[in-house]
Write a protein that binds this ligand. Structure first.
Ligand SMILES: *Cc1c(COP(=O)(O)O)cnc(C)c1O
Length: 449
């Protein structure tokens, strides 16, 4: 299994060919999930004493596994938050997979961590966090939010000694579900401030902090909500946090990509005052899964929250350099920021700015297309690239049936969401190759159906 043989060479050819076919597919088939027993029946037993051999395993991958997934980079994938890796980033991921680099500590991962830090520097500078900022890549916004908030509590504990009986964090009712999940894991209370038109205002955050009565260690603001793409009043909230001595965590998992887009950069004013910041390059910065950038304005507090000490780590911890393993809750880690770095190095930041602006333009044009169709109504002016659309005369069942049909016909993967108590259609754009023509066709169908 570990020797490079003739058989390995043939498998390599076949895998590279499959990877090439996938990279060339424009678009890849939309795919359709299926029940587990159906997939088992299609594949037959796969984990067997004798093995299936290279051809057998690759056949199951191509014929059973891949077709039962909906590729997030399909131009018609407009549900959740899609993904659209550059070819360079996808290829770097392939190379990373065979390189066995450990991105945990400088002792054995220096080169990979250095490259990741180049990409983190770009993001920190886009946000304006200052020269001292740094962090690491974690698996996703969920892990990033948990680590940022745990560091925030550590800072509060250090500043306030004993602290309250129970800590709490302030966030808006429109914050991502992972903020509440992180609070549950950390066993802290959530004081939810009502969002206004999807946004947390400084006034609402102030009321919530008052309600928390000194027990709050952080405000978790959102720069680009998942549901509507709304950006909280970051400058107002930053001022409030400074006044109260409370950590500002900004969840920009989806929206942070738009920091590189001049047409909307002004909406993020105040983000430079964040104590911690999360951006998911696997969403709108064209990196493959899984990749979340976690940044601290002053990273020195993070090791006091996360560092691991043990006899077998003494040498690693003694090496001067950057140790991602101490900056979040993890140790062994894939250098998952490397594909982003590689693609940035290949294409340059101007290409990223252009690609993000292309998506923003697409969202604005799509909003115009909605306005042109009397059967449709734009629920909310898009701030970033999420569109909420009302189909007049339709209830939730009809909307769901339409979404199901779009997937069954292999045209698009779209889903409804709930906005202020009403089921509406939600379209999220991150792929610069999603054609406006496809959006027009979908809207025509929705308006006519
Ligand atoms: C997607 C998202 C998350 C969670 O990110 P994962 O990478 O899926 O863990 C957190 N916050 C916001 C605003 C998001 O859009």
């Amino acid at each position: 299994m570990h020797r490079f043989t003739e058989e390995t060479a043939r498998l390599a050819e076949a895998v590279f060919q499959a990877a090439l076919d996938r990279l060339r597919a424009e678009p890849p088939p939309l795919g359709r999930p299926a029940p587990a027993d159906e997939l088992s029946a299609r594949a037959g037993p796969t984990i067997t004493p004798g093995g299936l051999g290279p051809e057998g395993a690759l056949r199951v991958f191509r014929e059973v596994v891949a077709p039962a997934t909906i590729p997030a980079d399909h131009p018609g994938f407009l549900a959740f938050v899609p993904s659209a890796p550059t070819k360079a980033a996808a290829l770097a991921d392939l190379l990373l997979g065979v390189s066995s680099m450990v991105g945990a500590g400088w002792i054995d991962g220096a080169g990979a961590i250095w490259a990741e830090n180049e990409a983190l520097r770009w993001l920190a500078d886009l946000a304006g966090l200052g020269p001292g900022a740094g962090g690491c890549f974690v698996s996703g916004g969920t892990a990033g939010n948990l680590s940022g908030l745990a560091a925030a509590r550590q800072a509060a504990r250090e500043r306030r000694g004993e602290g309250p009986g129970r800590w709490s964090l302030v966030t808006s009712t429109e914050a991502h579900s992972s903020i509440r999940a992180a609070a549950r894991v950390m066993d802290v209370d959530v004081v939810a401030a009502p969002a206004e038109d999807g946004r947390l205002t400084a006034a609402r955050a102030r009321e919530a902090l008052d309600r928390a009565g000194g027990a709050a260690f952080a405000v978790a603001a959102t720069a680009g909500t998942t549901n509507a793409g709304a950006i909280d009043d970051l400058a107002g909230i930053a001022g409030l946090c400074e006044e109260r001595g409370v950590w500002l965590h900004v969840d920009a998992a989806y929206g942070g990509a738009a920091l590189c887009a001049p047409s909307v950069r002004g909406r993020f004013a105040g983000i430079e005052r964040a104590d911690s910041l999360v951006v998911d390059p696997h969403k709108w910065l064209f990196a493959p899964y899984d990749c979340c950038a976690l940044l601290y304005r002053d990273p020195s507090v993070a090791p006091r929250a996360f560092a691991q000490e043990a006899a077998y780590l003494e040498d690693a911890n003694a090496v001067p350099g950057w140790n991602p393993m101490h900056l979040a809750l993890h140790m062994s880690r894939r250098a998952r920021g490397l594909p982003l770095w590689f693609s940035l190095a290949v294409h340059g930041t101007a290409a990223y700015r252009e690609a993000v602006e292309t998506v923003l333009r697409l969202a604005r044009e799509a909003a115009e297309e909605v306005r042109r169709r009397p059967a449709l109504e734009l629920v909310r002016e898009p701030e970033l690239s999420v569109l909420l659309v009302r189909r007049r005369g339709w209830g939730p069942r009809a909307l769901q049936a339409w979404c199901d049909r779009m997937l069954a016909e292999g045209r698009a993967f779209v889903l409804p969401t709930t906005w202020q108590g009403e089921r509406v259609l939600r379209l999220c754009f991150v792929n610069p190759r999603t054609p406006l023509g496809l959006v027009r066709e979908l809207l025509d169908d929705l308006a006519a159906a």
